[in-house]
Write a protein that binds this ligand. Structure first.
Ligand code: AMP
Ligand code: MG
Length: 321
């Protein structure tokens, strides 16, 4: 069953027998295994070629699992989960001993979320467990948003759940109880605006901030990288002829054909197709992809923060023009 699509029942047997299977979520496909099975966890690190210092997210399917996985007394945790789950928000909380140190890379904290895809939720209820499920890609490469993307890069069984509806990874939020701060470790489509609505809806005196630290796990600069170079062109110009840009790119990549990946007005529509479009561009090995970031464009607002984070990390080079 390696490198093939499997049925739901086959996926259940794989999980129960300590194997790994790629599963759909609303963000990206995850490479999943039973969180209690050390052998499954080790396979995930091996298959992804992921270094052991980079911890894995645990997915859960019902609120009762929260108390099992994490240690907390503040009701804010359940309020957050009631408000945002199932959905693309990962919470970083103190772990309970049931969560192995291998999952958290030795940290006392664990990252958890409830995904919104019905098949993966059902897989967890039928197997009666939670799933460790980092993105189903080779470490530092572009994340998969369709079953075929997984099969193109990994020899693993895949449960096909169609194209991912969000298309980029979840927001990772560390909950700092003493200072009453929600610290965003990785931006996603749930941003300060949504978190502040949650705060005012519940009349809380919590604050939202971008993490001050640049050394949390997964914050390495190179990430989400396609198989061809991606160039980020930054400019203050409003109208920039593509001939000029392409000539500039050719100074760095003389033998390649520059191809623009055009932004859209709506960040959610762009986000849903972003990794798929990167993978499509990469099919032509002679291409260099490029994205133009205009400082005065509509794509500068908060709704675009997560996308610029992914674009910058996926880029081989930034050219100011
Ligand atoms: P992915 O592998 O794409 O699912 O991404 C999971 C992200 O969550 C990675 O960037 C991890 O480094 C991050 N992560 C997982 N566990 C933790 C944790 N305990 N603390 C902070 N970040 C974490
Ligand atoms: Mg990943």
């Amino acid at each position: 069953m390696l490198g093939t699509k499997v049925s739901f029942q086959q996926a259940c047997s794989i999980i129960k027998n300590g194997g790994v299977v790629a599963v759909p979520t609303e963000t990206v496909y995850g490479l999943a295994g039973d969180f209690k099975n050390i052998n499954a966890i080790k396979q995930i690190f091996q298959i992804k070629k992921r270094p052991l210092w980079d911890p894995l997210i645990i997915h859960f399917s019902s609120k009762k699992e929260l108390k099992k996985l994490c240690k907390y007394s503040d009701p804010i945790v359940e309020k957050l989960s009631d408000y945002f789950h199932p959905g693309p928000l990962t919470l970083v909380l103190r772990k309970n001993p049931i969560v192995s140190d291998l999952i958290t890379a030795g940290s006392s904290k664990v990252a958890i979320r409830m995904p919104r895809h019905p098949l993966t939720l059902k897989l967890m209820t039928q197997t009666n467990t939670c799933l460790v499920a980092p993105s189903a890609n080779v470490f530092s490469k572009t994340s998969p948003t369709r079953a075929d993307h997984v099969l193109e890069s990994l020899q693993v069984p895949v449960l096909n759940g169609g194209p991912c509806e969000v298309g980029i990874e979840s927001t990772i939020l560390e909950v700092c109880f003493e200072k009453k701060i929600f610290s965003i470790l990785r931006p996603g489509f749930i941003g300060p605006k949504e978190l502040n609505s949650f705060i005012s809806r519940h009349q809380l005196n919590w604050k939202v901030q971008q993490s001050q630290s640049s050394s949390f796990p997964g914050s390495h600069q190179k990430h989400y990288q396609p198989d061809i170079p991606l160039i980020l062109i930054q400019t203050d110009e409003e109208h920039l002829p593509s001939e000029g840009i392409e000539k500039k790119i050719k100074e760095y990549y003389p033998d390649c054909i520059p191809q623009e990946l055009q932004l859209k007005n709506n960040p959610y529509i762009f986000g849903r197709e972003f990794y798929h479009n990167l993978k499509q561009l990469s099919k032509n090995k002679n291409s260099v992809g490029y994205i133009v970031q205009k400082s005065k464009s509509g794509q500068c607002g908060e709704d675009w923060t997560a996308l610029w984070d992914r674009i910058e990390k996926a880029s081989d080079k930034v050219i100011c023009y």
